[in-house]
Design a protein around this ligand. Structure first.
Ligand code: ZN
Length: 330
């Protein structure tokens, strides 16, 4: 059954999501960029010059919705996302949550916790407010909660967010959680945590699920009902990431095992870095992120999966039906 979910321009029916990029970043800033303000090169016209033609292209392929997973501490700018949504005619879902401790901006909540404030309770209130009432004074509501863990561990800091989000998801079966598994680690541990907290696995999309080649761990968690984010397509061979051929093989294997309806696809593309200009070195753009853009999935990934034996229906599910069911529920 269809459900209304929050986008940056207001509620949209899950029946109207079209094809969905399940985990992207339209604008992104590594914590600390704010301090580099004297060299900040934000240029709105240039930004639209880059992003608008790409969105135009992906819309022609059926993509109507982008889930922007940028957390509160990575430069999330919901008013700019709303501008993009209106100007480019695409749904954008934003999230409430924080990045993992080593990669995010843990100073603030650790400070509060160390001084005896009930930081976890405050995080719970923050996420709830952003999901139900809106972010700051914008009236824009988060459409999902985001939590993240580091490489090979879920720290005490990260657990505050995991517990707060779990509590909200348990109270409201409509709430969705998207996670970040650094280097594809902690899939089983995240899954076990949510189960222990009483969260329905169907409410959780394990992010960067595709960054491990451990098929037994992947089968274990999809077997429990979690959604699998093959969300870094086009980024390969660095920062703990395998190659896309490994990811395609995993998609085929999981689909063959009967879990094709739990797989969602995306690129985790960072379209605009806040702060100083950041051109990747040519060696990287020509090799490791050669295909890291929003048209890659329709142009190359889906045809490849068809050639590997997936049916037309199974391929269609990946972009259209699976994300719709993730947000709509059973
Ligand atoms: Zn991401």
């Amino acid at each position: 059954m269809a459900r209304m979910i929050n986008t940056v321009t207001g509620p949209v029916s899950t029946d109207d999501l079209g094809a969905v990029l399940a985990h992207e970043h339209v604008i992104f800033g590594y914590p600390g960029y704010e301090g580099d303000a004297s060299f900040n090169v934000w240029d709105e016209e240039r930004f639209f010059g880059v992003v608008e033609p790409v969105i135009e292209k992906i819309k022609q392929q059926g993509i109507k919705t982008i889930v922007d997973c940028t957390t509160n501490d990575l430069g999330r700018d919901v008013e700019m996302l709303k501008k993009v949504s209106v100007r480019c005619g695409v749904n954008i879902i934003t999230v409430s949550g924080y990045y993992y401790e080593r990669g995010g901006a843990p100073g603030y909540w650790n400070f509060r916790r160390n001084f005896g404030f009930p930081a976890e309770e405050e995080i719970y209130e923050l996420m709830k407010r952003e999901y139900y009432d809106g972010i700051a004074k914008t009236g824009i509501k988060a459409g999902a909660l985001k939590v993240a863990s580091g490489i090979g561990e879920i720290t005490d800091y990260e657990l505050m967010f995991f517990r707060a989000a779990s509590r909200i998801a348990k109270e409201d079966p409509g709430v969705r959680i998207i996670t970040h598994c650094s280097h594809g680690t902690m899939l089983k541990e995240q899954a076990a945590f949510f189960v222990e907290q009483g969260v329905n696995p169907a409410q959780v999309q394990l992010g960067h699920f595709c960054d491990t080649v451990d098929l037994s761990a992947q089968l274990d968690v999809v077997g429990q009902g979690f959604y699998a984010g093959f969300d870094r397509l086009g980024q390969v061979g660095f920062d703990g990431m395998p190659y896309d051929d490994d990811r395609f093989a995993a998609i085929v294997a999981l689909t063959g095992a009967g879990f094709g309806k739990q797989i969602v696809l995306s690129n985790d593309r960072l379209y605009w870095f806040l702060g100083r200009e950041f051109p990747f070195p040519e060696a990287v753009t020509e090799n490791l992120i050669k295909e890291w853009h929003w048209t890659y999935i329709f142009e190359k990934v889906l045809p490849k999966l068809r050639s590997m034996g997936l049916s037309e229906e199974q391929v269609h599910d990946l972009m259209f039906e699976n994300p719709k069911h993730f947000y709509a529920g059973a």
